[in-house]
Design a protein around this ligand. Structure first.
Ligand code: AP5
Length: 216
């Protein structure tokens, strides 16, 4: 089963994709994480995309399509995957349709994570992650049980994303509305779109996603 989580920055795509991965054994493919690995590794792609990401703009379709095509074709994704952050433009959606059709595969569902813009700034500017295991936290909504200690691995170092500053978040939201929101009608026309209330609490959002996955 291949599914897409679609929504603006901070909608909770990564949070819920990790949960789907654990519960359904679908591999989470986060294009944002893949790009951040390229940046951290100082690769040619990383050097090229870093200023684009730090400005809150979208990286070119060509880079993303090549990156995801390689990953979806890998053996660990044969049983299925959850796409987190891809596609983000109509050109990427068309390329995804083509690459799946070439392998006799298709999307099972696209889940829109419906949120209002205003709370997203607070969600993103308060976000941090464990530097050791990557577990995600939030200053207000999901602090670690013991302040300064990761619940999952006991690590004590945490990181914040360079693009989670308030001014960059505003640019990322504008890019979403301009370039990604048109995908809602693209997938509605193909009868693949399902919506969940991503303003709800973590467990309720997960319950609504699980209900969609049980139906498709
Ligand atoms: P990417 O890493 O994909 O970032 P994003 O889409 O901006 O999404 P985020 O990861 O910021 O948010 P999320 O929806 O995953 O929310 P999360 O679960 O973390 O992309 C980064 C950049 O890479 C892009 O700007 C672009 O430059 C480039 N890029 C990536 N893919 C691309 C593509 N396909 N094409 C072109 N460029 C691309 O949650 C956020 C916070 O909210 C967390 O702290 C969490 O704890 C909290 N939270 C989550 N759910 C809830 C809830 N229900 N209630 C309260 N708090 C919640």
């Amino acid at each position: 089963m291949i599914i897409v989580l679609l929504g603006p920055p901070g909608a909770g795509k990564g949070t819920q994709a990790r949960r789907v991965e654990e519960e359904r054994k679908l591999v989470q493919l986060s294009t944002g994480d893949m790009l951040r690995q390229e940046v951290a590794g100082g690769t040619a792609i990383g050097l090229r995309v870093r200023p684009i990401m730090e400005a809150g703009q979208l990286v070119s379709d060509e880079v993303l399509v090549d990156m995801i095509a390689d990953r979806i074709a890998a053996p660990d994704c044969q049983a299925g995957c959850v796409l987190d952050g891809f596609p983000r433009t109509t050109a990427q959606a068309r390329a995804l349709d083509t690459m799946l059709a070439a392998k006799g595969r298709r999307l099972a569902a696209v889940i829109e994570m419906k949120v209002e813009d205003a709370p997203l700034i607070e969600r993103l500017t308060g976000r941090f992650a464990c530097a050791t295991c990557g577990a995600g936290y939030h200053d207000t909504f999901r602090p670690p049980r013991v302040v300064g200690v990761c619940d999952s691995c006991g690590g004590t170092e945490f990181t914040r994303r360079a693009d989670d500053k308030a001014e960059t978040v505003t640019a990322r939201l504008a890019a979403y509305h301009r370039q990604t929101a048109p995908l809602l009608s693209y997938y509605r026309e193909r009868r693949l779109l399902h919506s969940v209330d991503a303003m709800a609490a973590f467990n309720e959002v997960a319950r609504q996603i699980a209900a969609v996955l049980d139906r498709v």
